[in-house]
Design a protein around this ligand. Structure first.
Ligand SMILES: Nc1nc2c(c(=O)[nH]1)N[C@H]1C(S)=C(S)[C@@H](COP(=O)(O)O)O[C@H]1N2
Ligand SMILES: [Mo]
Length: 372
């Protein structure tokens, strides 16, 4: 492991993460995380590109101090010619833009019962941006890959301690994913310099993978001849039932559709109030195994489903808009739901699939509406 155990005397939480007791309310620790790492408000689904300030955030430790003039990216490990690049040198290379939907692997975690204690996402841990930067693959090829290379590890500038393990944030990708032409070293988000919270001055964007792979504040790219065994690779981001299970790695985003909640909300409960008129339900749907092939809507709590109309995606790994007409004719309460399926044949499950770390919960969204 590239990480060391924190000194035992510090009294910090250690492995494994706690699971909430049945019926246990959100804790102060979860609230603190949730107020640092905000969700995308669902009404922002109306934007094809999420404005940077509305894009979700997930920052394990602190936003590190970054001085763009002194920033260096070191590319090394199992290569013939290690290199160190300044931001100016990176910006002088070929530039590419991709519109990519990012989603946190923990999105939906707080809807699990019992709830794994971590960032308590409901369903807004998602956003779509236009990321601009230089493709990673040519840099790797120019450095001369060792024929024995199997993975590429990406290290950020942020440091912390997590479940008793002190570490610098790092994640790896299989070599084939790192060599994809659409994997970018991005310095620009929606046409503006990358904001501090999204990884300034440089981050990895690997379309289709859950958020943990999109390493921010990128300082090191290391080619490996053995699989990476860092904390964020082998301990965190695993689908497992028991704390001791090695589990399966979390990789690509599962299919999901979300709707813009219709009408207007109650301040506290967020229950919606709608008029008894014809309206258009709208939203977006995405998958890390694109394209999304179908979106279905239920307005009767899942008893019946109708196909929604799908619009085009801005890019291969960007969400698709959908819409569906709805005319509630009887006053009362309605439960609206939406679900997506993708090109791989994966579909959203009716309810959450529980796992120990609350990963990849793409259970269907539920929106309760009072029609008056
Ligand atoms: N260096 C570093 N990179 C990181 C993280 C982090 O804490 N440190 N969080 C990851 C996680 S878990 C997610 S979901 C995405 C979130 O990206 P965003 O905040 O730009 O939406 O960044 C990823 N990259
Ligand atoms: Mo995440």
């Amino acid at each position: 492991m590239s990480a060391t155990r924190a000194e035992p005397g510090l009294g910090l939480p250690s492995l494994p993460a706690r699971i909430a007791e049945p019926g246990e309310a959100i804790t102060m620790d979860e609230l603190r995380l949730a107020s640092r790492n905000h969700a995308m408000p669902l009404e922002a689904l109306r934007h094809e590109l999420t404005p940077a300030g509305l894009h979700y955030l997930l920052i394990h430790y602190d936003i590190p101090e970054a001085e763009p003039g002194h920033w260096r990216l070191r590319l090394g490990g199992a290569v013939d010619r290690p290199v160190e690049l300044s931001l100016a040198e990176l910006r002088a290379r070929p530039r590419v833009t991709h519109t990519v939907t990012l989603e946190c692997a923990g999105n939906g975690r707080a809807l699990l019962d019992p709830r794994p204690l971590s960032q308590p996402w409901l369903d807004g841990g998602v956003g779509t941006a236009e990321w601009t930067g230089t493709p990673l693959a040519p840099l790797l090829r120019e450095a001369g890959l060792d024929p024995a290379a199997v993975e590429v590890c990406f290290t950020g500038a942020d440091h912390g301690v997590e479940r008793g393990v002190e570490q610098t944030y790092a994640r790896s990708l299989p070599l084939a994913e790192a060599l994809r032409e659409d994997a970018l070293l991005a310095d620009t988000m929606n046409g503006a310099p990358l904001p501090p919270q999204h990884g300034a001055p440089l981050r990895l964007v690997v379309p289709g993978w859950y958020g943990m792979a999109q390493v921010k504040w990128l300082t090191e790219v290391t080619v490996l001849t053995e699989p990476f065994t860092g904390f964020q690779q082998v301990v965190a981001y695993r689908f497992k039932q028991e704390a001791e299970d090695p589990g399966e790695p979390v990789t690509r985003i599962g299919p999901r559709a979300l709707m813009v909640p219709p009408g207007f909300p109650d301040f506290m409960s967020r229950v919606r109030v709608c008029e008894r008129t014809a309206q258009l339900l709208t939203g977006r749907a995405w998958s890390g195994r694109p394209p999304v092939t179908a979106v279905e809507v239920s307005t009767d709590g899942g008893l019946s489903w109708q196909p929604a109309a799908l619009g085009p995606a801005a890019d291969t790994y960007a969400w698709r808009p959908w819409h569906h007409p709805w005319h509630p004719e009887v006053p009362g309460t309605y439960r609206l739901m939406v679900r997506a399926s993708d090109a791989s044949g994966r579909a959203q499950p009716a309810g959450p699939d529980w796992n120990r770390q609350g990963m990849g919960n793409n259970g269907v969204q539920v929106v309760d509406v009072v029609v008056r």
